[in-house]
Every structure is written in structure tokens, then in C-alpha cells.
Design a protein around this ligand. Structure first.
Ligand SMILES: [Zn+2]
Length: 464
């Protein structure tokens, strides 16, 4: 029996805001109301602050090796970083090796999670690389019943993660049958590989060529193709890390046709442009895929978040060390493992540069970072909401406190911060996960061994 009471905060949900106390008992929200007259093990005075649902990051890579470089974080480190930023549910990716039976891929992922216990709940997306053997398709049908109701497909990185159209078709058919949602990395891998070969043949090896070899057209084409597959198979489809208007337009068109097609973007696309790839070796900070776009794309993304086209904000956190990336750059930009750290800063960045800047409402911030990611990933009513019966993952948010983002203070093991020296106003003063305090005033006060979060299918229908 453990209880936590939050008094006097302004509760902000995706639907609105109101002042009330919140009582959590044994991990669940049990009472919401004004002036609750109850005792509790932990009591927080949240007057003058917001109370929001714990953040849900639908897209992170906490433990991954790519192009031979291992990430600096594991599940423990990455979820500690997430928790400091107010995120209490994080999704990672279990990768199938070529030809690997899918139960084996899931078993390896579970073992890695158990080896470095997370302090937040962790959900899994299963990355499909090879369905050539029909036995794999049968295995895929069994995966959602194991609490993994989302599959991931890459349309880029041939010989690494890229799937061809047959695997995309089969995955989406199984998703449509089982109610799973299909996440798609949408870039035309073959066109990109041709452009990279041309660039390298011309001696163009510096970071800016990462951007010019992955032009907007390659993203827009792949989104269009993914949407076509979604339409023909009926699969719920979620386009990860979209970067610009031309990539979002097919999503908007699909929504208008009533299709369950959704779009995600990430802070690095909202807040950085392609100038990040300039500056000599430093430009390797902009080597993530798709690449940062010319500045006008940022406005397109903000408008799609506030209006129609984009449904969620994830991080695509991927903490490859700067030092190791720099070694790879000695050869050329294409040898640098793509990725950005950022699991900790998402809520603060979007609050400061989105809500405080007048681009999003408070409710939209909660919706995009907490409520809709939870709903689309099969956690509706359980995560991302403040309701009686929901999990007691709650963040007390001080809207006035300012801090400076820096590698010196971040919790990720990564050796750089993509927002080094940026000031943000608005930061968590307390983070409660599973009904107990996890981070208070920037300090980890508990280190629970949480773990795998099993999910049902997304409760979602076209037109909702
Ligand atoms: Zn990713």
C-alpha cells in the first residue's frame, strides 16, 4: 500500500485544464477532486504549477548498435534520462536479424531489458527485416498476443534494415488482421544509395552531403508508397519522424479519406535546420535520418502539429558517442551511425519553443507528447491521461523555472547535447511513476526495476 497526493495544481490534459487534487494509491489514480481530505505517504504542494500525465515517448533506441557503433546508453541510463525530463513510458525497438525467427528476436530484446532494468515502463516495437520464410509470417500473427502490438518497417538502409515491398505487404496484412499498428521509416533507400554513391565518387565526403543525398523527394515518395500499402491492406500506419510539408501531405490526404494513417515528428526537425550539418566536423551532429531540412520546413511542422497531419512528437533518441562518430567521419559521412540523443529534453523543448512561443496550446503539448502516443500504441485510458483508474504516472510541471540544457548536466551517457547552451523555461519539479515519486527537484529519489509494458491493440478507428 503506497499513496501519493498532489494538492492544488492546475491539471492539464489533452482535453482541458482545471484545478484539483489527485490521489494515487497502489499505482493507480483513485480520486480527483477539490480539497481532498485524505492522508498519503507522499504529499506534494503543486500550487502555481501544472499537473500533467507522464510523457510517453513513442520512439527511442535505448540500446542499439549501428554501423558497428554501440549506443552510449542502456535501458537503465536512457530511462533515467527520460524520467528527469518528465517521460515515464518509453518505446524501444526489438530488431529481427535476417532470417531470425521472431520469437528469438523478442527473447533477445527481453534479455537485454532484464540485464539493465529500466526505471520507467518500456514498450517494444518489433522491427521486421525478413519475412521470406512463410513461417515468419505465422510467427508475426502471434506477436500481438505477447503485448507487442506494433511492428516497424524501414524503407531505407538496404542490406541493413530495409525491407522490400513483399515484406511490407505481408507485415501490413498481419497488422490489419491483428489490430497492430505499423511504424514506417519512410525514405526511398535505393534512390538515397545512388545519390550517396555519386557524392562519394565526386569526393564529397563532408556532413552537408548527408543532407543533399537524402532530399525531400525521397521522403515524400516513401510516405506516399507507405500510405498506398496502408490503403490496400487496411493496416493502421504510423509514419515516424516526418520532417517537412511534402512528407506530411500524403498523411493529410489519407486522413481525409478516413484512413488510420498517423504522423510523428521529433524536436530535432522542429528546432534545427540543415545548417546543423555545416561547421566542418561539428556538422556530424546533423547526421540523422531523415536529415534536418531547410528552415521553412520548421513552420510546416509546427502548423501540422497545431492543425492536421501530425499526431505525435517522439524523440528517435539514439545516443551514439560524438567521439566514435568522429572516427567514422574520417572515412566519409555515410559511415557515421545516424542518430541523435534527446530522450530527456522533449517535453521541455516543446513546452518552451512550442507552448511559450504561442505555437501550441498547453492541451496540444500534452496531447502530442503524452495522450495520443499512448492511445495509438494501445495504452488509451491507461497512460497519457489523468483519470480515475489510469496508471498514476504524473508530472508536476513548474512553468516558470528556467534551466540550461547541456552535456554537463544531462543524464544520458551521450557525450554531447544537441541543444547545448539553450535555455528553456518550464521543467518538471516532480515526476511520479507508478504512483511513487521517481524524480524530485532534479534528483532521482528511487530506482525501481520496472520493465516490459504489455499492450493490447490500439483502440482506434478511421474517422476518429
Ligand atoms: Zn528511430
Amino acid at each position: 500500500m503506497s499513496s501519493t497526493l498532489i494538492r492544488g495544481g492546475l491539471i492539464v490534459t489533452a482535453l482541458g485544464r482545471y484545478e484539483a487534487d489527485v490521489l494515487a494509491v497502489d499505482g493507480k489514480i483513485v480520486q480527483i477532486g477539490a480539497g481532498l481530505d485524505v492522508a498519503a505517504d507522499h504529499v506534494f504542494d503543486a500550487r502555481g504549477q501544472y499537473v500533467i500525465p507522464g510523457g510517453v515517448d513513442p520512439h527511442a533506441h535505448m540500446k542499439i548498435t549501428f554501423k558497428g557503433v554501440p549506443s552510449a546508453d542502456d535501458f537503465t541510463a536512457a530511462t533515467i534520462a527520460a524520467a528527469h525530463g518528465g517521460t515515464t513510458t518509453v518505446f524501444d525497438f526489438a530488431f529481427q536479424e535476417f532470417g531470425q525467427p521472431l520469437p528469438d528476436a523478442m527473447a533477445e530484446w527481453h534479455a537485454a531489458l532484464a540485464a539493465a532494468p529500466p526505471v520507467t515502463d518500456v514498450g517494444a516495437h518489433l522491427v521486421i527485416r525478413d519475412l521470406t520464410d512463410p513461417a515468419r509470417v505465422d510467427e508475426l500473427r502471434e506477436i500481438p498476443a505477447q503485448g507487442v502490438t506494433s511492428f516497424k518497417l524501414f524503407m531505407a538502409y538496404r542490406n541493413q534494415f530495409m525491407v522490400g515491398d513483399p515484406a511490407m505487404w505481408n507485415t501490413m496484412k498481419v497488422a490489419a488482421e491483428t489490430g497492430a499498428i505499423v511504424l514506417v521509416h519512410a525514405e526511398n533507400g535505393d534512390a538515397i544509395d545512388a545519390l550517396i554513391s555519386e557524392a562519394l565518387a565526386g569526393g564529397n565526403t563532408a556532413p552537408p552531403f548527408h543532407g543533399t543525398t537524402r532530399p525531400i523527394e525521397t521522403e515524400a515518395e516513401a510516405v506516399t508508397r507507405a500510405v498506398m500499402f496502408a490503403e490496400l491492406t487496411g493496416a493502421k500506419t504510423y509514419i515516424v519522424h516526418t520532417t517537412c510539408g511534402p512528407a506530411i501531405a500524403p498523411i493529410v490526404a489519407a486522413k481525409m479519406r478516413g484512413l488510420p494513417v498517423y504522423g510523428e515528428t521529433c524536436p530535432q526537425y522542429l528546432l534545427h535546420d540543415d545548417s546543423l550539418l555545416q561547421g566542418g566536423d561539428e556538422g556530424l551532429k546533423g547526421i540523422f535520418s531523415p536529415p534536418p531540412r531547410p528552415a521553412p520546413a520548421q513552420d510546416e511542422l509546427w502548423h501540422a502539429l497545431a492543425g492536421v497531419g501530425l499526431d505525435t512528437i517522439g524523440t528517435d533518441h539514439c545516443a551514439f558517442p560524438y567521439t566514435m562518430r568522429l572516427e567514422r567521419l574520417e572515412e566519409d559521412f555515410s559511415k557515421v551511425p545516424n542518430g541523435v540523443p534527446g530522450i530527456e529534453e522533449r517535453l521541455e523543448l516543446i513546452f518552451d519553443r512550442g507552448v511559450r512561443a504561442g505555437r501550441l496550446t498547453l492541451e496540444q503539448w500534452v496531447d502530442l507528447c503524452c495522450t495520443t502516443p499512448a492511445r495509438l500504441m494501445g495504452l488509451g485510458g491507461r497512460k497519457g491521461v489523468i483519470e480515475v483508474g489510469a496508471d498514476a504516472d504524473l508530472v508536476i510541471w513548474d512553468p516558470e523555472r528556467t534551466r540550461t540544457l547541456s552535456v554537463a548536466t544531462q543524464k544520458s551517457n551521450c557525450d554531447y547535447n544537441l541543444y547545448e547552451g539553450w535555455q528553456v523555461t518550464g521543467t518538471p519539479s516532480a515526476v511520479i511513476a507508478g504512483g511513487v515519486p521517481l524524480v524530485v527537484d532534479g534528483a532521482l529519489v528511487d530506482q525501481p526495476a520496472r520493465g516490459f509494458l504489455a499492450r493490447g491493440p490500439a483502440v482506434e478507428a478511421a474517422g476518429v
